[in-house]
Design a protein around this ligand. Sequence first.
Ligand SMILES: [Zn+2]
Ligand SMILES: [Zn+2]
Length: 349
Amino acid sequence: MAAWCARRGWPVFPLRAGHKTPRPGCSRCRQASDHYVPHAPAGCPCITQGRWCHGFYAATLDTERVARWWRERPVPGVGVATGPASLVVVDVDCHADGPVAASRVLPGFDVSEQEAQEVRTGLDTWKLLARLAGGPDAADAVQTLTVATPSGGRHLWFTAPRGTRWASSAGGDHGGRALGWQLDVRAEGGYIVAPGTLTQTGAYRAVGKVRLPALLPGWLAGALQRTGHLLQSVPRPRATAVPNLARQVAAPQAESAWASAVVATALAQVTECERLPEGSGWSTKLNKAAFTIGGLVAAGLVASDADARRALADAAMQARPQREQEAHRIIRSGLIAGQRRPLNPTKDR
Ligand SMILES: [Zn+2]
Ligand SMILES: [Zn+2]
């Protein structure tokens, strides 16, 4: 499941086996530890070196890292960093501790005392939201990846419209941003447990027929915007399954950043063919990407030939899954040709 998520462009990180919390990092990175050294997750060397410190900050799309982390026993659960995955997940709780004050049920809407009286759990809040915000009649008619949680709640997974970023929130909090009572939002700065994860209290299981998140529907986007969840609505590139090959290289930082950008661009040109019909130059783009990355391998800016081959194969398969044999042939010859022409920033930019 971790690899499946990463292939979809959703960065993953390990959860403590049997739990829904992140797997603890090393003693220097764990605030509760005696050896804790205060530092920001963003620049932590552990993450650069491929460890899982700092929970969702370590989330990765890197196939090697994913394979290594989930070889551990007992098998860690899978957390998805919702922000960089461009996911918005509504976490519908199901704790029967209603009713609740009308003003707290759905902060963005006028809820009558009578409607509030009928709200017992987050599932009721969600149904009421769908009704007031112009959603489908039955809230369970939402056609998207829906995951049942061990506590009887539901996670409704949506993809953010291109270029939009959404805030996370906890619906149980007093004050602050909230979509609704017992409705949490997992987006920027948050994470969600992937379906298939087992915990001591039960499994996270996809229910219904839909196995992929739908685009965030307009009525829900409107409700999220109304409650202050829209952070940004300008285009930004969607996270794609592009491993940061150059990150593993002991090259000076500027060169390494340049190589990352070159790799990402080369691979993106291949993966973009996913949205284009056959005959749109997939094989040419794949050959060019292999040639370019081969040049970076020769210049010592990409860690290994094997990593490069894997990244190219992933990109090729994302765009043209049915042309695997051909892809491997193109990648092999492109890399060989590229390695005769070392590519580095000072010479070729
Ligand atoms: Zn660490
Ligand atoms: Zn750290």
